[in-house]
Structures are given as structure tokens and as C-alpha cells.
Design a protein around this ligand. Structure first.
Ligand SMILES: Nc1ncnc2c1ncn2[C@@H]1O[C@H](COP(=O)(O)OP(=O)(O)O)[C@@H](O)[C@H]1O
Ligand SMILES: [Mg+2]
Length: 394
């Protein structure tokens, strides 16, 4: 059974070969921006890339930055991760140089023990950077760039960190980071985000601060891989499998076959199986989808899509987005003109560019797709079914 929740690692990690090889080849020259909503498999992919790079003996630093809310915290997290990295210690002179250039290492590790030492060190670095972070960071990265080795940085949930920073800090940080990428031939960055980075940077620096990243959109599994995964899960659980079950499950979910959606479906089947000492057939699969996933118990599965509008969109945008999604979820395609009509009504603003920004945000956040010929449609059938039930009554 695929576990729902933690990133898939080791033998639980399936497929994504195309994404991984694209990322690895892109990293030879460029940095990568990995885009997809929560639970599509970004962290799993980044962990896998980290593993592949480490296996090739590259130096890799993974940072989850969701809780970072200022440039100096960001940089101090980077420095701490470097100091704690074994390969950095073995293969570069970074740590001794840090020791000689910066006054962070006031405490003596022998006297106070490792964990207290680290806490104090982290505190010292952060405090040092609070004052004049830009110059100090330049100094720090001058040292890092002398390391004479490629270093790969992976920043998970980067847009959230930017969004949490004060506007002035966010702008300074994004410009600084852009420049860092330009002047550091040995550094590569893999940046992941569950919320649209384009919207986050729109008001702080504009897209030019991130347009050097090569973008990788994480989508669903190929059909055959999804089928294999379902068949394996049935086998593992000791359930009888028939090919029509796999097809039925995929019909319910609809394309794209997002691993999380498959995982929800399989664990719902398991619950049903345990509770009713299980008869699985085409009909019961459909019932499980209708009652367990689209029923009360399933409300939380996609609630974060609704919350994301509230947290990350402006008041007007949220209002317009909800009204547009409410209409699009009830049909196969919805005309872009009608959607513009909704936008004007909800926001009292007839700026077409602003409207198209919103449509771009909703596409980047994987709510909608914009087909120039037919109009707007939901990105995923499963999300559309869910949205219709909880946010779709017209
Ligand atoms: N390559 C994969 N193989 C198997 N399961 C996966 C894979 N990618 C994602 N999943 C499933 O989706 C869930 C969310 O994955 P995760 O990498 O944490 O997504 P994200 O970082 O985009 O939120 C995992 O708990 C797992 O159930
Ligand atoms: Mg993640």
C-alpha cells in the first residue's frame, strides 16, 4: 500500500524517471524550479534527486524552508546545513574558513556538548546576520564559492518562505538570490513550491527575479504505472485483482493520475474492506469513491485547495476565483469571456490583464487549465468532483 503522508523514499518511491533524468541533466547548467500542489510528489522527487546526486558523490544540502520568514533566517539555515554536512567537512576547507572569518564559533564544543553548541551556533549566526544581511551574505557566499566543488542546494517550499517575508526583505532577498545564481558557477539550486511562485514574486521583484530557473511541472503517473501500482497494492493486501478494477479506479480518479489521489483511493478501499469484510468489485469501487472520498469523510482530502485561496490570494482575487471555480466545476468547459464577466462583477475591476493574471495563478496552482479553443476546465476530475460537492452549488 502506498503510504499517504510522508514523502515516498526507498522502495516506496515509484517511477518519475523522466522527471528525475530531466532534472539531473538540467542541473548540469541551470537551476530547477519544481512546481506542483501539495502532495503531488515534489518532496519525494527532490529526495530522490538528492540521493542520486549523493550516490555520485556530489555535495547536496536539503532545506525545508516553509517556516523561514526572513533573509537572515534563510541564510543562517544554509550556513548551519553546510556546517553540519559531512562531505563539506571532509572535502572542503569551508568550515575552517568560516571559523577564521566569522565570530560565530565563540562557544567551545568540548565544554558544552554538541546539541547546546549547535543551538548557540545557530543563534550566533542568526544574530550576526540580522544586522546588514546583504553584505554578510555576500561575504559568506564568497567563502562558499571558494569551496572548489559543486554544491547542490534543495529548497523545499521556497515560495511560502518568500510569501512570509516582509515585502522589502522579500524583494531584497529575491534580487540577492538571483545575483548569487549568476555569479556562482559551482552552485545549483532546486527549488520546490506548492503555491504559485509567479504570484508570490509578482509584487516583489517581478518574474525577472526567477526567470532563469528551468521549470519542471510535476504531473500524474503514466497510466500503465498507475495500473501496476494498483495491482501491486491489491497483491500486497491479498485481495483478488481483476483488470477491470484498475480501470475502474482510474476512471473514478480521472487524469492526471496523481500518486496522492491513488493513495487516497487505495486506502479508502482498504478501510471499506476491513469494515465490511470486503467484497471488491467494479460497483463497490464506484461506491467507495462516491461515499468515502466525495462523502463527509473525504472533505479534508482537498480542503487545502480551498484554504490556499484564502491564504495566498488577495481578497478580491479570492472572491473572483471562488466564483469562477464554482461555475467551471459544473461543466466540462467554461468560456473565458463568461469568466471575465464574473471577474468584473466580483471585483468591480475591468482590467483584462489582472483577470488573466488570476487565470494564470489558478493554472499555476493546478486548479484550472486554459484551452484557447474550448475555454477553462478543471485540471483534475477528482478535484472537480470534490469541488462540485463542497464549493459548487450555484
Ligand atoms: N514517486 C512516488 N511514488 C510513490 N508514492 C508517491 C510518489 N510521489 C508521491 N507519492 C505519494 O504522494 C504523497 C505526497 O508526496 P510528497 O512527495 O510529500 O508530495 P509534495 O512534496 O508535493 O507535497 C506521498 O505520501 C505518497 O503517498
Ligand atoms: Mg513536500
Amino acid at each position: 500500500m502506498i503510504p499517504v503522508g510522508n514523502p515516498a523514499v526507498g522502495k516506496d518511491f515509484i517511477d518519475r524517471e523522466k522527471e528525475i533524468s530531466f532534472i539531473l541533466s538540467t542541473l548540469e547548467k541551470d537551476s530547477v524550479l519544481l512546481i506542483a500542489p501539495r502532495r503531488f510528489g515534489k518532496t519525494s522527487i527532490m529526495r530522490k534527486v538528492e540521493k542520486e546526486l549523493s550516490d555520485k558523490d556530489e555535495i547536496c544540502v536539503f532545506l525545508e524552508v516553509e517556516d523561514v520568514n526572513s533573509p537572515h533566517r534563510f541564510i543562517s539555515e544554509i550556513v548551519m546545513a553546510l556546517i553540519e554536512n559531512e562531505k563539506i567537512e571532509q572535502r572542503t576547507k569551508l568550515i575552517p574558513v568560516f571559523k577564521s572569518v566569522f565570530s560565530w564559533f565563540k562557544e567551545n564544543i568540548e565544554e558544552i556538548g554538541i546539541s547546546v553548541f549547535k543551538a548557540k551556533l545557530r543563534g550566533n549566526i542568526k544574530k550576526d546576520l540580522e544586522d546588514n544581511w546583504i553584505d554578510k551574505s555576500a561575504q559568506i557566499f564568497d567563502v562558499i564559492n571558494e569551496a572548489d566543488s559543486n554544491i547542490y542546494f534543495i529548497f523545499d517550499e521556497f515560495p511560502i518562505a518568500i510569501d512570509k517575508m516582509d515585502q522589502k526583505y522579500a524583494e531584497e532577498f529575491l534580487h540577492w538570490f538571483r545575483k548569487l545564481r549568476q555569479v556562482s558557477p559551482d552552485l545549483r539550486f532546486i527549488v520546490g513550491g506548492s503555491v504559485s511562485i509567479d504570484r508570490v514574486v509578482r509584487d516583489v521583484g517581478g518574474v525577472s527575479v526567477i526567470n532563469d530557473f528551468k521549470r519542471v511541472r510535476v504531473g500524474g503517473f503514466q497510466k500503465q504505472i498507475a495500473i501496476d501500482l494498483i495491482e501491486n497494492a491489491f497483491q500486497e493486501e491479498g485481495w483478488t485483482y481483476a483488470p477491470s478494477y484498475g480501470d475502474k479506479i482510474l476512471d473514478c480518479i480521472g487524469e492526471p493520475y496523481i500518486p496522492y489521489f491513488l493513495a487516497i483511493m487505495l486506502s479508502s478501499i482498504k478501510e471499506e474492506f476491513i469494515l465490511t469484510d470486503g467484497k471488491i468489485d467494479d460497483e463497490s469501487i464506484e461506491k467507495i469513491y462516491d461515499f468515502r472520498i466525495l462523502g463527509n469523510e473525504g472533505k479534508h482530502y482537498f480542503e487545502h485547495y480551498s484554504q490556499r485561496l484564502r491564504i495566498f490570494y488577495g481578497d478580491m482575487e479570492e472572491k473572483a476565483a471562488r466564483a469562477i471555480l464554482k461555475n467551471v466545476c459544473n461543466v466540462d468547459f467554461y468560456s473565458i469571456e463568461l469568466a471575465f464577466g464574473i471577474f468584473k462583477k466580483e471585483t468591480a475591476n475591468d482590467d483584462y490583464e489582472k483577470f488573466m493574471d488570476l487565470i494564470a495563478d489558478l493554472s499555476n496552482d493546478f486548479y484550472l487549465e486554459h484551452d484557447p479553443e474550448n475555454g477553462l476546465k478543471f485540471y483534475s476530475k477528482m478535484l472537480q468532483d470534490w469541488w462540485r460537492i463542497y464549493h459548487g452549488e450555484v
